[in-house]
Design a protein around this ligand. Structure first.
Ligand code: EPU
Length: 432
């Protein structure tokens, strides 16, 4: 079983280049199913979630060709909606975007219920509400089966989201791109990857306006044509290296970023005493001395991202004073704190609030990633702890971080992958 072995204590120094945004890529790949032509996607992050989605596209009959490590060419002209690789679909959250793209292109869709990280109940009622409004009947069992009522194309409609949802906003936008007439999505999510998806679709001939605001207008078109599109840099990957530099100390230039997308993360790190300098496409993070406590409430964009909550939680755990996190998006995103308590993190959780009392230092231990960002937090904890940390279940981390080990090594961290056999359930203590 592969694990990360981290010898903590090194400051981080140097430059790290950020890859393409995972949560944009995982919507753009399913959306490519609607394109009637050859679609070239650049700055694609090389992570297991994108690999899985490309396999699913192939199972639908698409031709997929990697032109280099971060550029893929996808031809979905002969693709269909039937007989997808349902086992792969089940493993991944973003497979729900195939509901939108299959309905948009074929008027009928079949996917599995999505998988993904477990943060408590993650309903899809807003996705269903959107598809219903566009004229589809949707049946949800272990599978999601949807069909345009009376056949033909979806019809543009007014959709008010009861909850700000990234997934529902993107799914409805995808479906509406090929619907007849105009769709308006109110109370839409505003994350950078929503703008990126709209830009991707528009570059293939769609007519979407207002992405990045809470009111998105989609004028349906008959057809999307091929083209080339480059995905934006990953806000959360950048934030993860920024939080790691804050926790470990040192000076790191985080390159290939859009600094505006990092505003809320930079602001919180500055409150903790970290210097963050912005340049046109990079940020320089400098951390010297003890961090200060800070309070964070996670919210939809432009609020502090829930996907950065565990990573900043680690920085708080070694700050001077007591910090408070209020999780504003998910019911249950604190499981990682149980694991981190083995390393000396002192935290108390009450519902959506976690109170973290800063300690002088963390101590290495064996911990298991329980989801993607939890895993990233455990890596940061290991990097700033005294002694050796083993991080298990690293497949969660590889779902969303490209070359994490190599990138941290280049910054001077002592981290490597080790392949150790499973521990026997019970060890007999050595005699004597
Ligand atoms: N929600 C509903 N009904 C719905 C949809 C969502 O009640 O129909 C609720 C959710 O339960 C949650 C809140 O609304 O409490 C927000 O969920 P959202 O739909 O925005 O999240 P998502 O689309 O399931 C995406 C990312 C997550 C990220 C969230 C929030 C993907 C594949 N996943 O999930 O990414 O946390 O947006 O920004 O894009 C990650 O990258 O680590 C990750 C978990």
């Amino acid at each position: 079983m592969e694990k990360y072995r981290i010898q903590g204590g090194n400051r981080l120094h140097g430059e790290v280049e950020i890859s393409g945004a995972k949560n944009a890529a995982v919507a753009i790949i399913p959306a490519a199913l609607m394109v009637d032509g050859i679609c070239r996607i650049e700055n694609l992050p090389q992570i297991s979630d994108t690999v899985t989605l490309l396999h699913i596209l192939e199972s639908l009959g698409a031709r997929v060709r990697m032109l280099n490590l971060s550029t893929v060419e996808v031809d979905c002209r002969r693709a269909t909606w039937e007989n997808a690789d349902y086992d792969r679909m089940r493993k991944i959250r973003a497979s729900y975007y195939f509901v939108g793209s299959m309905l948009g292109r074929f008027g009928v869709a079949r996917t599995t219920m999505p998988g993904g990280c477990n943060f408590g109940v993650r309903p899809i009622d807003q996705h269903v509400k959107g598809m219903n409004a566009l004229g589809a009947d949707v049946e949800v069992t272990d599978f999601i089966d949807a069909r345009v009522r009376g056949g033909g194309r979806l019809k543009g409609a007014y959709v008010y989201l009861d909850k700000v949802s990234v997934g529902a906003t993107m799914n409805i936008m995808i479906a509406a791109a090929l619907a007849e007439g105009r769709t308006v999505i109110e109370n839409a999510a505003r994350e950078p990857h929503i703008v990126d998806l709209a830009n991707f679709l528009n570059s293939m001939g769609a007519d979407i306006r207002g992405a990045g605001t809470d009111s998105i207008k989609v004028n349906g078109v008959e057809k999307l044509h091929g083209g080339t599109y480059a995905i934006i840099p990953d806000q959360i990957e950048a934030g993860t290296y920024m939080a790691a530099t804050a926790a470990c100390g040192g000076e790191v230039l985080v390159t290939n970023v859009i600094p505006k997308h990092l505003d809320c993360i930079s602001a919180k790190l500055r409150e903790m005493g970290v210097t963050v300098e912005e340049y046109p496409e990079s940020v320089l993070v400098r951390s010297t001395g003890r961090l200060r406590k800070v309070n964070v409430k996670t919210l939809p964009y432009p609020g502090f991202p829930t996907d950065m909550q565990p990573q900043i939680g680690v920085a708080m755990s070694i700050a001077q004073g007591t910090s408070v996190i209020t999780e504003g998006v998910y019911d249950n995103r604190y499981k990682y704190l149980n694991q981190l308590s083995k390393m000396g993190v002192r935290a108390q959780v009450d519902g959506r609030v976690a109170v973290i009392e800063g300690v002088d230092h963390l101590t290495g231990a064996t911990v298991a990633a329980c989801d993607l960002r939890a895993g990233a937090a455990m890596v940061i904890a290991g990097l700033c702890a005294r002694g050796v940390t083993m991080v298990e279940d690293i497949f969660y981390i590889e779902r969303g971080y490209q070359n994490l080990v190599e990138k941290f090594q280049a910054l001077g961290a002592d981290i490597r992958i080790v392949d150790e056999p499973e521990e026997p359930a019970q060890r007999t203590p050595a005699a004597g």
